[in-house]
Ligand binder design. Structure first.
Ligand SMILES: Nc1ncnc2c1ncn2[C@@H]1O[C@H](COP(=O)(O)OP(=O)(O)OP(=O)(O)O)[C@@H](O)[C@H]1O
Length: 240
């Protein structure tokens, strides 16, 4: 993945009607002239990112001079062919992986540095692979992550009831390991939404989700970004 890349289309929501417009290129992507101060004002700002896997003698270059600017209060769609590096980029943004060279600012700080809050409760991340503990029930899962995020138990309970209903989840006493793949992905989504984070990063959130629920998920994402305080980055194959 490079910049400009024919494989990747950056899309932001239209604040008027919430329609994702894949043909829209934010002005910030057209001009990469920005100061450190302006980069820190963005939800996410990536500059000259390089990332490879494999050995130095036989590297697999995945990110190659990638620049990306995600303004606060937007929904930013990351579209690209399978294997072009979307998950790798998101992992670097949330601080799970590090770039070989280049810089990333997330909510004004550098992921992994003290006080940045990233990784941490400022970000909600739904990875592509299920990263849940199968022996926990849905409720125990939400309690576990809610406490990690520093939430009080009554607050977690309220949020749990909202998310069970919103994401059409089965009984909260069901064990994660006994849920269908789609249900497990929705629990993973619920975990990312649990603490109402400033930045929500969703890797293919609508896989295993029926069209009606997909629509209500999109409506919810448009709703939470409306006031400009929340930002969503999403990879998806559904661009409607
Ligand atoms: N841990 C890893 N070690 C070695 N190579 C990796 C690793 N993770 C990813 N890759 C390789 O890096 C490239 C980009 O993978 P990545 O998962 O970031 O792509 P993607 O755009 O998210 O793909 P998809 O849409 O299929 O999920 C692929 O060629 C993949 O094989």
């Amino acid at each position: 993945m490079g910049d400009p890349s024919p494989d990747v289309v950056a899309a932001v929501n239209d604040p008027k009607n919430g329609i994702v417009n894949p043909a829209f290129t934010p002005p910030s992507l057209l001009s990469q002239q920005s100061t450190v101060w302006t980069r820190k004002q963005q939800a996410v700002c990536v500059r000259h990112a390089f990332k490879h896997y494999g050995s130095k003698s036989n590297p697999n270059h995945v990110l190659s001079n990638l620049n990306m600017t995600v303004a606060k209060g937007t929904i930013y769609g990351l579209l690209g062919a399978s294997g072009c590096g979307k998950t790798t980029l998101l992992s670097c943004i949330v601080g799970r992986r590090r770039l070989n060279t280049g810089e990333i600012w997330v909510l004004g700080g550098k992921p992994g540095t003290k006080g940045s809050g990233v990784p941490g409760k400022r970000v909600g991340y739904m990875p592509q692979e299920i990263a849940l503990y199968g022996e926990f029930s849905i409720k125990e899962t939400m309690m576990y992550f809610g406490w990690i995020f520093g939430m009080e138990t009554p607050e977690i309970d309220d949020r749990l009831q909202f998310l069970l209903n919103f994401l059409d989840l089965p009984s909260q006493s069901r064990l994660v390991k006994n849920l269908s793949g789609g249900q497990q992905r929705r629990v993973s989504f619920a975990v990312a939404l649990m603490h109402d984070p400033e930045l929500l990063i969703l890797d293919e959130p609508t896989v295993g989700v029926d069209p009606l629920l997909r629509q209500s998920i999109w409506n919810h994402l448009v709703q939470i970004t409306k006031d400009g305080n929340k930002t969503v980055i999403i990879t998806t194959h559904y661009i409607e």
